[in-house]
Design a protein around this ligand. Structure first.
Ligand SMILES: Cc1cc2nc3c(=O)[nH]c(=O)nc-3n(C[C@H](O)[C@H](O)[C@H](O)COP(=O)(O)O)c2cc1C
Length: 382
């Protein structure tokens, strides 16, 4: 179907017309010869910034739409029109309205235009209005447009924080993956977001190695063998000296959540160890990201890599990719270093196994808790 096509709808014909004003290249307009109605898709953002007015026919509006109002809507919805030579649009529009007798114009948004002849002069002024030189705007319109811009900004901010809240609360550590590999573009997109992480003096100390296919299998074999055979654990970073108080409680709680999801009885140390070994099977994931930091940057570099990992995990969640950060892989940092031929200047921080979650696996059936904000935040001052 394209411009000029006529569709018989039984007693009425719908003629497809070129879209004189549009924001997408594949837009068309249509003309109904029975009701003499022109459907202009997004073409006329004529009067649509007041929800009470949007539902009115144009002749019912409390006052006629001015060129300034039409220009404002064009600026908001069809911003390109500021940079285009619109004279031809107005001429073509006049020609179209001459050729196709039109009683009503039905845009995708805003009021239905019932007096097309009056529209033309307004659209002409709005479209030809010199860039930056608007037809005079009365105070009420200026105020309404300010309110609208403010509302749009607020709406965007609300949507952004809602999206982030949603992602942060959906994300969880995945401990059972399907073997299906991820598309490289998907991984690259996640890396692109992670790369935006803040770092001390913008040093960006992280370096990432990502395995796929046979390379994941080879890395898995090296790590699994080291762990199963009880190779000495020599992490580049010291293990926490002690988990005390609430930290010990939270650690215990999350451990028991995992074990009870997997039906492992309390105190079954053999089963605990077997489950711990799954870390080195990467929980079946098709990819592992190994995160390393620069030795000389010490704790600061490690903190920056933490920010990187957090960004990575949220970006993965946003992409429908499941992931689990794994400090356990860094317990065997010499195995990792040797496997990937890394120098002693690179310190192994953690791995991140990633892929598609197995939603039915019991290891993915629980959610960890979080302390109340009041337990961790102190507001000082108003
Ligand atoms: C730096 C870091 C290292 C982690 N190492 C492991 C690990 O080796 N094995 C594991 O199963 N989970 C590991 N986790 C996942 C945590 O156990 C998990 O984030 C925590 O219990 C909160 O649960 P959630 O991620 O599902 O919200 C690690 C998390 C972080 C941030």
């Amino acid at each position: 179907m394209g411009g000029g096509h006529q569709q018989d709808l039984g007693g009425r014909t719908l003629e497809i017309l070129p879209a004189l004003i549009h924001d997408l290249p594949a837009s068309y307009w249509a003309y109904d010869d029975q009701d003499k109605t022109l459907f202009v898709s997004d073409g006329f953002a004529f009067s649509q910034y007041d929800s009470a007015e949007c539902i009115l026919l144009s002749h019912e509006l409390p006052k006629p739409t001015t060129a300034a109002e039409a220009r404002l809507v064009l600026d908001l919805a069809l911003y390109w029109s500021r940079y285009a030579d619109n004279a031809a649009i107005v001429t073509d529009l006049a020609e179209m309205l001459r050729k196709y007798e039109t009683r009503m114009i039905c845009p995708a948004h805003g009021s239905v235009i019932t007096e097309p002849s009056k529209l033309l002069a307004v659209m002409d002024a709005a479209l030809r209005g010199e860039i930056g030189v608007y037809p005079p705007v009365d105070g009420a319109v200026a105020e309404r447009s300010d309110q609208l811009v403010h509302k749009v900004k607020m709406d965007v901010a609300a949507q952004q924080i809602e999206a982030l809240e949603y992602l942060a609360s959906r994300r969880r550590s995945c401990r059972a993956f399907k073997p299906t590999p991820l598309a490289r573009e998907s991984i690259q997109r996640i890396l692109g977001v992670a790369q935006k992480a803040a770092s001390w003096c913008n040093s960006q100390p992280w370096q990432i190695i990502i395995t796929s296919g046979d390379e994941t299998a080879r890395f898995r074999e090296a790590m699994y063998n080291a762990a199963r055979n009880g190779a000495p654990q020599r992490g580049d970073f010291p293990f926490p000296r002690e988990y005390q108080g609430v930290y010990a409680e939270r650690r215990r709680e999350s451990g028991f959540q995992l074990y009870s999801a997997l039906n492992i009885p309390r105190g079954d140390k053999l089963a605990y160890a077997r489950q711990a070994l799954e870390n080195f099977n990467f929980f079946g994931a098709p990819h592992v990201a190994v995160v390393t930091t620069d030795e000389a940057l010490g704790v600061y570099g490690a903190v920056d890599c933490g920010a990187y990992v957090a960004n990575f995990l949220l970006a993965a969640e946003a992409s429908g990719v499941a992931a689990v950060p794994q400090a356990s892989l860094a317990f065997y940092s010499d195995v990792v270093r040797e496997h990937f031929g890394l120098g002693s200047d690179r310190k192994i921080l953690c791995g991140i196994s990633l892929g598609i979650a197995d939603p039915d696996h019991p290891a993915n059936s629980f959610r960890t808790s979080r302390a109340e904000l009041a337990e961790v935040v102190s507001f000082v001052g108003d």
